[in-house]
Design a protein around this ligand. Structure first.
Ligand code: PLP
Length: 384
């Protein structure tokens, strides 16, 4: 089997499991307990936080451990908007891009439905990029928070985050970025990026599902969404997932330590694969930005097919990939991301995404390209 669906999830890395193991077994304490076991857990949590701090270039108090990327996005968008609205009721608009993950989009829609916010959606160009001009035009004095993802999960397009964050900062508007797909491939230094909040998820990086991080810059107001015992400085109550935090920190540090030449190697493999598919499959179209894209994502439309049929055919040939994002899989509606790129609905439903981690080889991708040629040919021949 060739697994080309790493943007959906990844297996837990051996080093990550080894780092977590003690906190799932002998050192199982609750970090809030005042005995040796509890203190050992609290120390492990503090160490994990320090590891995250080193990658994000921030302070320990700015890192909130969450139960995944979705929760981190919810906390950022709702938490910042609600806190700012409470301080100043005129702050009642939220800016998001047209290609956000549902975790951000639906958080903004919740604010619209229940808290009187208006949602301003910034369009993207045909490559999926938010232009600084379009972003600037959406920002208003009433904007409570702006959120633009670092890299898109369906087409891999990477946004000019530092430039967008600087525009928001000029107007004093907190800027959040969903870095769930970018983590491990792109720079995450929160000072250099100039972001006020940033979400990361463990399971895209070789840590388990259900652990994430939200960075929130010190001075940014944040209303908690989960109330209880006051853990994570009152911003995210609930007994901490110590092993999850340790796993996420270990995976994040391992992924971010990838050298530049490793990133270039994967990007070169991606480009060879893209070229092979575009050459072998008549009518195939690359979606997303040709250059400003994740090293790990190649996404196409194959007009005259259905993405789901190509996917099934590829699986029969041992290639596992996705027809768009895992979250949208199984839905008949065309992907809102592809639609936002201006791709017609009938073409959008022919989308297939290939995504990989740094273990991918040229041989894997050469075999996958041959399988794509055969699969698309067969689906077209059957008229499916
Ligand atoms: N944001 C993006 C861009 C994603 O790709 C995902 C996962 O698919 C999420 C957020 C949600 O993260 P999680 O699965 O950890 O809730």
């Amino acid at each position: 089997m060739i697994f080309l669906d790493a943007a959906a999830t990844t297996p837990v890395r051996r080093e990550v499991l080894d780092a977590m193991w003690p906190y799932l077994t002998g050192q199982f304490g609750n970090p809030s307990s005042h005995h040796t076991l509890g203190e050992a857990a609290a120390t492990a949590l503090a160490d994990a936080r320090r590891t995250v701090v080193a990658v994000l270039g921030c302070r320990a108090g700015e890192v909130i451990f969450t139960a995944g990327g979705t929760e981190a996005d919810n906390l950022a968008v709702k938490g910042i908007a609600l806190a700012r609205q409470a301080a100043n009721p005129q702050l009642n608009r939220v800016v998001i891009s047209a290609v956000e993950h549902p975790a951000v989009e639906e958080s903004a829609r919740y604010l619209e439905r229940f808290h009187g916010f208006a949602v301003d959606v910034v369009p993207v160009d045909g490559t999926g990029r938010v232009t600084p001009e379009a972003f600037r035009a959406a920002l208003r004095p009433e904007t409570a928070v702006a959120s633009v993802m670092y890299a898109n999960n369906e087409v891999g397009t990477v946004q000019p985050i530092a430039e967008l964050a600087a525009l928001a900062r000029e107007l004093g508007i907190p800027f959040h970025t969903d870095a769930v797909q970018a983590a491990g491939w792109h720079m995450l230094d929160t000072k250099a990026l100039g972001v006020d909040a940033m979400s990361i998820s463990g399971h895209k990086l070789g840590a388990p599902k259900g652990c994430g991080v939200l960075f929130v810059r010190g001075r940014t107001k944040l209303e908690p969404l989960i109330h209880g015992g006051g853990q994570e400085r009152g911003r995210r109550s609930g007994t901490e997932n110590v092993a999850g935090a340790v796993g996420l920190a270990t995976a994040l540090a391992l992924a971010q330590s990838r050298q530049e030449d490793e990133r270039r190697r994967v990007a070169a493999l991606r480009d060879t694969f893209i070229h092979a598919v575009l050459t072998a499959v008549p009518g195939a179209v690359l979606t997303g930005h040709p250059v400003e894209r994740l090293p790990s994502v190649a996404s196409f439309c194959f007009p005259g097919t259905s993405g789901e049929s190509v996917l099934l055919e590829l699986e029969r040939q041992g290639v596992i990939c996705s027809s768009g994002s895992a979250c949208a899989a199984g839905s008949d509606a065309p992907s809102p991301v592809l639609t936002a790129l201006g791709i017609p609905a009938e073409v959008a439903q022919t989308a297939v995404r290939f995504s990989f981690d740094s273990a991918v080889t040229g041989a894997d991708l050469a075999a996958a390209a041959a399988a794509v040629e055969a699969a698309v040919g067969r689906v077209r021949a059957l008229g499916a």
